[in-house]
Write a protein that binds this ligand. Structure first.
Ligand code: NZQ
Ligand code: ZN
Length: 379
């Protein structure tokens, strides 16, 4: 087992109607709130109205920045930060999925300093302070509601990249599974794939921790058990609640105990598909993950078999990879570039993008030749 430090300061409020306490909780951090949200779902399904009502009842002054897009871009963060500074914002409330929350995390850093948003993302400057962030999650997937990561893309530099810092942890996150019943089947599936791959990234990280492996298996098994049922019954509260909790637990630090962090090679590769083709994050991962396993099958067969035993009661590398593919196909998430209408024509572009950013895992390093093989496996 590796030495490790565990830290998670986010207070989670989970369950039916928790948002009614949002205003009261937010009020202790200040009066002037910047509410950040996405491209319309929060208003369409009534979550925005409930949030506004809770904030107004607590006497808060609200400014708004709406329109954050999936696979969020740095320009929105910069604009939100300008607005936040002008309004002397004391705290941020992010209402949405990972894209909104990640954008809000970097906006909070920018409002508290004169540093540039993209400099944080490039790890060029270290944040010294932030303003408090409270999240109201509407999509179960990323775990951002209880972690210190933010993932943003910049069309000017050709990157989609992650920045991780303790200051990015939300102070509070409100998770009402009822807020996720409107997520359509495809994004529900992508969210389930995402949480499974988070657990896998941890599993393939450096270090051995038996209990942590078992935690990983439990999270993945729970998601594989409830996920397909949820896709047939999208309005079922209990199913939504199970998947929502799985997603939070898959990336809130729990799966790193006794390890030196996860590998994150699959995510690094997946982000390039999202950058180039606006592929939804989870959809990119169900394509990359089997390809990554195929690349690694002769390098780390024992580790892959141990995954197969833990998850599927199978004893071979090929069976394990087949079962992972089957789990994603049951969710109807794409398994190949062909499934998202890409192919030979885009192959060179994808490889160039990956090589330009020298993408690799943290533990299982990838070189140019590996990236070519990965893309071939993805075709
Ligand atoms: O923009 P709106 O209209 O709100 O629509 C969104 C968006 O189109 C919609 N949606 C969200 N909640 C909904 C809903 N539709 C109906 N009902 C609801 N309740 O869903 C679409 C996708 O939203 P998005 O926020 O992009 O999805 P997700 O939560 O999967 O976040 C993906 C982003 O998070 C990053 C990804 O790379 C990607 O950019 N990640 C962040 C991580 C982190 N911070 O820890 C880790 C992850 O590995 C991931 O990289
Ligand atoms: Zn992810």
């Amino acid at each position: 087992m590796e030495n490790f430090t565990a830290y998670n300061p986010t207070r989670l409020h989970f369950g039916k109607n928790v948002v009614k306490d949002l205003g009261k909780v937010a009020r202790q951090y200040g009066k002037r709130v910047l509410l950040i949200y996405g491209q319309g779902s929060a208003k369409k399904y009534g979550y925005y109205a409930e949030v506004i009502s809770s904030l107004k009842n607590a006497g808060l002054e609200i400014s708004e920045y709406g329109g954050i897009r999936p696979n969020p871009v740095i320009a929105d963060v910069e604009k939100a930060a300008i607005l936040g500074k002008r309004k002397k914002t004391e705290l941020i409330i992010a209402l949405g999925g990972g894209s909104v929350i990640d954008s809000a995390k970097i906006t909070a850093l920018c409002i508290a300093s004169d540093k540039k948003a993209w400099d944080f993302m490039q790890w060029k400057v270290e944040p010294e302070t932030s303003i408090p962030l409270i999240t109201v999650l509407t999509l179960a997937a990323t775990g951002t509601e209880m972690n210190g990561a933010a993932v943003i893309q910049n069309p000017d530099t050709g990157q989609k990249t992650a920045f991780v810092d303790e200051l990015n942890f939300p102070r509070h996150s409100f998770l009402d599974p009822q807020y996720t019943v409107s997520v359509p089947a495809d994004y529900t599936a992508y969210g389930i794939v995402d949480l499974i791959v988070h657990a896998l990234e941890a599993f393939f990280g450096r270090g051995d921790s038996s209990i942590t492996d078992r935690i990983v298996f439990s999270i993945i098994k729970d998601a594989m058990h409830w996920g397909p049922r949820l896709l047939k019954d999208l309005h079922n509260y209990e199913l939504r609640a199970n998947i929502m909790l799985d997603a939070t637990l898959a990336l809130n630090g729990l799966t790193d105990y006794g390890k030196q962090g996860g590998d994150w090679g699959m995510h690094a590769i997946g982000h390039q598909l999202s950058f180039l083709f606006d592929t939804p994050h989870g959809a990119s991962l169900s394509i990359v993950c089997p390809a990554w396993l195929k690349l690694q099958k002769d390098r780390i067969p024992d580790r892959i078999i141990s995954l197969g035993k833990g998850l599927f009661d199978c004893n071979s590398v090929d069976d394990t990879i087949g079962q992972v593919e089957k789990a994603f196909s049951i969710l109807k998430s794409p398994l190949s570039l062909k499934d998202i209408n890409l192919g030979q024509k885009e192959k060179a572009e994808i490889i160039n993008q990956m090589n330009a950013n020298r993408l690799s895992g943290m533990h299982h390093l990838l070189n140019n030749e590996d990236r070519i093989r990965l893309v071939e496996f993805m075709l």
